[in-house]
Design a protein around this ligand. Sequence first.
Ligand code: CAA
Length: 393
Amino acid sequence: MVTQEIAPGYTFLTEEHEMIRQAARDFAQKEIAPIAAEHDESGEFPLETIKRMGQMGFMGVEMPEEYGGAGMDTLAYVLALEEICKADASHGTIMSVNNSLFCHGIEKYGTEAQKEKYLKAIASGEKIGAYSLTEPMSGSDAGTMRSRAVLDGGHYVINGLKSWVTSGPVADYILVFVMTEPEDGSKGITAFLTDADQPGFVRGKKEPKLGIRASATSEIVYEDYRCPVENRLGEEGEGFKIAMTVLDAGRIGIASQALGIAEAGYEASVQYVKEREAFGKQIGQFQGIAFKIADMKTRIEAARGLIYNAALAKIRSKETGERYTLEASMAKLFASEMAMWVTHQAVQIHGGMGYSKELPVERYFRDAKITEIYEGTSEIQRMVIARMETGLR
Ligand code: CAA
């Protein structure tokens, strides 16, 4: 265990970090890894294991204990998420949306009453949370959404079609972003907390996906959904800023997910190159394979550095209030492209067995792809990083 102080008052990593990492590793390898292939095949949402993850504190790692969370920090979160994703990226997606995209937003912008109702239920894993920004005609250009909320007495009446909602088919509560003042563009967007059991909340088409197949994704249709004013998160027009702030946290989570997937592919490869023989040798003795192993390991560790750096930046931001947008985007960009590359190498190293569903390697390859797309594509991350560095747009 490393115990060097790397930032004032911050020891890296503490005994608590090691404990949550070990607990997540044990749970993931014992309870999740054995069911991952079956859920990938059927696409069935793994509700039972998700509930147990909630009981273990994994659904609200950074949330205060008084609101049902584990009261730990961002490093603890990324360590736990990495371990869960090493066993199954679908479980990791559900965990990351609950933690970063739902809980973080309520903790930062919510009223006491919102925290009591929404944060407690989601951070404890008792209920499933989701985040909904995207629409069929508004993805990377999130500020151009068409859904509308119109104030009518004590309620906002919401109408619109949202798409690509992770956990949409099962979510109890959704943090949704809707236009209240269309002429103001991204400054006319407002955030709302919506309840799936209310009239006007309709679950739409479920997406058939290449990877993370057990993490359900769907459209959500709001049809004259009446949202009480007290369920507005933040002020009117503050929605885009909230959406982006929450995505900064989310992107650190997706980077950790990519790291976990890559490590799974890497560890399977190291084992395989020692077992498999060709031309009278273990295949790992051939330079062509050995160099792949070396490059996989090096890129994994480079991603880990960026992820821990982003986690530390988020921890510091609690005190300084400074944004960690740059660190989060760099971590997500590098880790997701690294995971795609590493899992591609893992399939290649395994040859025919890498292409077969008998081993989980092809699943790692399919699951890695989404990390380059959701919560901001690699192209968007490059745009964010370049804008922050040059100030040009
Ligand atoms: N934190 C706080 N504020 C931010 C911010 C951040 N990270 N990023 C932007 N803002 C603020 C800006 O400061 C600006 O405010 P001011 O005018 O007051 O200065 C305002 O927001 C508008 O910013 P921009 O002009 O930069 O906005 P833009 O329209 O050019 O868009 C973008 C910027 C980076 C491209 C952004 O639209 C973006 O990130 N797009 C990708 C969206 C995305 O990630 N979608 C995925 C959704 S979730 C998902 O994948 C599904 C799921 O369920 C997991």
